[in-house]
Design a protein around this ligand. Structure first.
Ligand code: SF4
Length: 396
């Protein structure tokens, strides 16, 4: 039986699988949904070079297997010491990736310096399939060109590339066209970010819960052709399990869901691209997602050193200037409770998928101010999937 949802190899109560550091607030873009509400200027209270080195040492002290450490922003290229910090992380043996913005700083020289200083991967954001669509979202003309150019260079020089697309009502119907670009340029993975209304992300930009479901089924279809995943869309793992079980049984899967018409629109566009490009579907999905969630295998450090369960949940459990990251992650009540699925409330608390899903804790917090509340954008009624025995076999 294929493992459909991967669990981190080491105990997530001991060490996170992924650590994200907001290197700076500064960025030359002004994206509609920016979590960090980035602006052009640096925040004077940002961790300084020596403090950032101490942070990297704290990351190293989690031991092996090493968490993946990601330099994000703002735009990490706006930090003068980015490459020195990468080199220091390399010396410490860290596994590192960089998440730059699509600006003129995305040059071949800078991408090579990421690689030469120990960066293994990078991620880029593309929210529209054309310059008109993407630049409107990012609110700076030229961003599409800089981003796709950076994408091409990353592939050429052998940096692993994750492409991120934030799903909003502005680009919902454009997703198949972005899929087309992923098949053309190639990517280690395509990650759909489901909007959390924090920072400049606004609730009115969100798609509906029924459209979430439609997009997740569409993404499952795409996963037969490219490696794809979700960020802050945890119930995609539930969709994967449901679809895989129905496929195994050879059942007409669409009869088991009442999907929004948006699914059929997205699916028709996907089918057209598949036919045009003569893509061949795999029997099983390309990439099986990892079960990590805010504070549970995942931790975010703000530019000022505050430790949050995720970048979309600005609830501080301590500051790395005062306390070690290891201690904050392992021992604070906020992180402990987020790792305990029995504490989940509402439908998530009753749900048979909670052990691999648990809903977006960040969205629950953004919408209700309770990080343990049920995922407000999941439509599933716990216990309603008819093949519970088969599901239990996957979950055991
Ligand atoms: S109810 Fe909660 S745990 Fe269950 S599938 Fe939905 S989001 Fe996941």
């Amino acid at each position: 039986m294929q493992t459909l949802i991967r669990q981190p190899k080491s105990d997530v109560a001991e060490r996170p699988f992924m650590i994200i550091w907001e290197t700076t607030h500064a960025c030359d873009l002004a994206c509609r949904h920016c979590r960090a509400e980035a602006i052009a200027e640096h925040d004077p209270l940002t961790l300084k070079f020596e403090e950032a080195k101490r942070l990297l040492e704290q990351v190293e002290s989690f031991g092996k297997p090493r968490p993946i450490f990601i330099f994000t922003g703002g735009d990490p290229f706006k930090r003068d010491d980015l490459f020195e910090l990468l080199a220091y992380g390399k010396q410490l043996g860290l596994i590192m990736a960089v998440s730059p913005s699509g600006t003129p700083l995305l040059t071949e020289a800078n991408l090579r310096r990421i690689k030469d200083n120990g960066g293994k991967a990078m991620s880029l954001s593309l929210d529209g399939s054309t310059a008109e669509r993407h630049d409107d979202f990012r609110r700076v003309p030229g961003s599409f060109e800089w981003t796709t150019n950076g994408w091409r260079i990353a592939r050429e020089i052998g940096l692993k590339l994750q492409l991120n697309t934030t799903v909003t009502r502005y680009n919902l119907t454009d997703l198949p066209n972005i899929f087309r670009l992923v098949t053309e340029y190639g990517a280690m993975t395509w990650s759909l970010f489901f909007l959390v209304p924090v920072g400049r992300g606004k609730a009115e930009d969100e798609i509906s819960p029924a459209e979430y479901e439609a997009v997740m089924h569409f993404l499952y279809d795409c996963s037969k052709y490219v490696s794809a995943k979700t960020t802050e869309g945890h119930h995609y793992k539930r969709v994967i399990l449901q679809r895989a079980i129905l496929e195994e049984k050879g059942l007409p899967w669409q009869d088991y869901f009442q999907l929004d018409p948006m699914y059929y629109e997205l699916r028709a566009a996907l089918d057209q691209i598949v036919a045009e490009k003569q893509l061949v579907a795999r029997e099983q999905i390309f990439r099986t997602p990892m079960h990590i969630n805010a504070g549970n295998g995942f931790v975010f450090i703000s530019r000022r050193g505050e430790v949050f369960p995720s970048g979309f949940m600005p609830l501080s459990a301590g500051n790395v200037r005062e306390k070690s990251l290891v201690e904050i992650y392992q021992d604070t009540p906020l992180f402990r409770v987020l790792r305990d699925p029995s504490q989940l409330e509402g439908r998530c608390g009753l749900c048979e998928f909670a052990g691999v899903c648990g809903g977006s804790r960040s969205r629950a917090y953004a919408v209700t101010h309770d990080p343990l509340a049920e995922e407000p954008f999941c439509t599933y009624e716990p216990g309603s999937f008819p093949f519970q025995e088969e599901l239990a076999a996957y979950l055991s």
